[in-house]
Design a protein around this ligand. Structure first.
Ligand SMILES: Nc1ncnc2c1ncn2[C@@H]1O[C@H](COP(=O)(O)OP(=O)(O)OP(=O)(O)O)[C@@H](O)[C@H]1O
Ligand SMILES: [Mg+2]
Length: 368
């Protein structure tokens, strides 16, 4: 059975240092939920609080209607997978997976049937009699995953489970984890600092900084309408350009310096904002620039280019001296040369406009 997790005003302190100040969060039954953020932001700390390995200095954690603050780790019915596989070297694959079931007073036949079933789910049946040292990293991690889910936990917790694997295997394994989670339907809390991995596997993501959730949303929401400049720069790549936003007769105009102005219809200012000219930070992802042939737009100079097959990546200097990055679909004809002057426009429905502090996104909605 899987559960809803309800976290309310949760506080974690180490001595006098508060690592998580009053965090609240609802994770839905069966959801694949990811905690994403830079090193030291509190991801592992929060996961360990869910598991019962960390004390709780304030607030509550519910699994469905039950407060689990005081419940011992062994009684929370949790499956865990860590970065290090932590499988028993002296037991075979089968032995490792059966281990958690043997404490549960099941008959030998029941254990064998459950182990066989999970071996199929994680696709390691052919290795069931091998010792862990004779398995690859990816295969060992499948054993760790099988061992965590065979007990039918209410919650599956995973802390950077793929970070010891090479790049290709990481992609294969993240797809496998997503498929397996969908099949077994366990509420899953997944920790990573790899934003692409988070987007690939998650139903929803919480982006954290210093123990505080900065943005909670679907991968698409977080990528396309990041709540603040921190989230915009942490998820994917982006360029932050200073500009100004003017409001006249209900129309909003975005000024990139003096030479380029775009009208935006998807901007909403707080009702309290009375100024008609505001300094803003504009987030333009590399793929949201258009390099134009005509002489209008933001004037820029090509510094160098990297051909990546489908796309070409350009590093470009603006007249202000700011260096920005642009990706364009590669053409069969030519690549722009260093020193060449170009003019840039933006895909105005995609860019994001923030207040001068970078904390508030003025842009709304998907389409213009
Ligand atoms: N046992 C501890 N005692 C004191 N401080 C700790 C302890 N464990 C973690 N911290 C501190 O708490 C903060 C959050 O650590 P945590 O391990 O949760 O980060 P993380 O987001 O998992 O980072 P990473 O991506 O590097 O694994 C860090 O500043 C860390 O130094
Ligand atoms: Mg960690």
């Amino acid at each position: 059975m899987s559960v809803n997790i309800s976290i309310k005003d949760l506080v974690k302190k180490y001595g006098d240092t508060t690592v998580i100040p009053e965090l609240s969060l609802e994770i839905k039954k069966g959801e694949f939920f990811t905690l994403l953020g830079p090193s030291g932001c509190g991801k592992t700390t929060l996961l360990r609080m869910l598991a019962g390995f960390n004390s709780i200095e304030g607030g509550t954690i519910h699994f469905n209607d039950r407060v689990i603050n005081q419940v011992e780790p062994g009684k929370r019915n949790i499956g865990m997978v860590f970065q290090s596989y932590a499988i028993f070297p002296h037991l075979t694959v089968k032995g490792n997976i059966a281990f958690g079931l043997e404490n549960r007073k099941l008959s030998k036949a029941e254990i064998a049937s459950k182990v066989d079933e999970i071996l199929k789910v994680v696709q390691i049946e052919q290795y069931k009699d091998r010792m862990p040292k004779n398995l690859s990293g990816g295969q060992q991690q499948r054993v760790a995953l099988a061992r965590a889910i065979v007990i039918r936990p209410d919650v599956l917790l995973m802390d950077e489970p793929l970070s010891n694997l090479d790049a290709k295997l990481r992609v294969d394994m993240r797809n496998a984890i997503k498929d397996i989670q969908r099949e077994v339907g366990i509420t899953t809390v997944y920790v990573t600092h790899d934003q692409e991995e988070a987007m690939a596997v998650s139903d929803r993501i919480a982006v954290m900084k210093s123990g505080i959730i900065q943005h909670l949303g679907t991968p698409q929401e977080i990528y396309q309408r990041p709540a603040n400049v921190f989230v915009a720069t942490f998820i994917g790549r982006t360029n932050i350009i200073n500009g100004c936003l003017t409001k006249e007769d209900g129309h909003y105009h975005l000024h990139f310096g003096v030479e380029y102005v775009e009208e935006l219809t998807n901007v909403q200012l707080p009702a309290s904002e009375k100024q008609t000219t505001l300094d803003v930070k504009i987030s333009v992802r590399p793929e949201e620039f258009i390099i134009t042939e005509d002489n209008t737009g933001i004037k820029a100079t090509i510094v160098h280019s990297v051909f990546l097959g489908q796309n070409t990546h350009y590093f470009v200097d603006l007249e202000s001296g700011q260096r920005i990055e642009i990706t364009q679909e590669s053409k069969t004809t030519h690549i722009l040369e260093p020193g060449q002057i170009v003019f840039l426009k933006v895909k105005r429905d995609k860019i994001n406009v923030y207040d001068a502090t970078g904390e508030l996104n003025y842009t709304r909605g998907g389409q213009l």
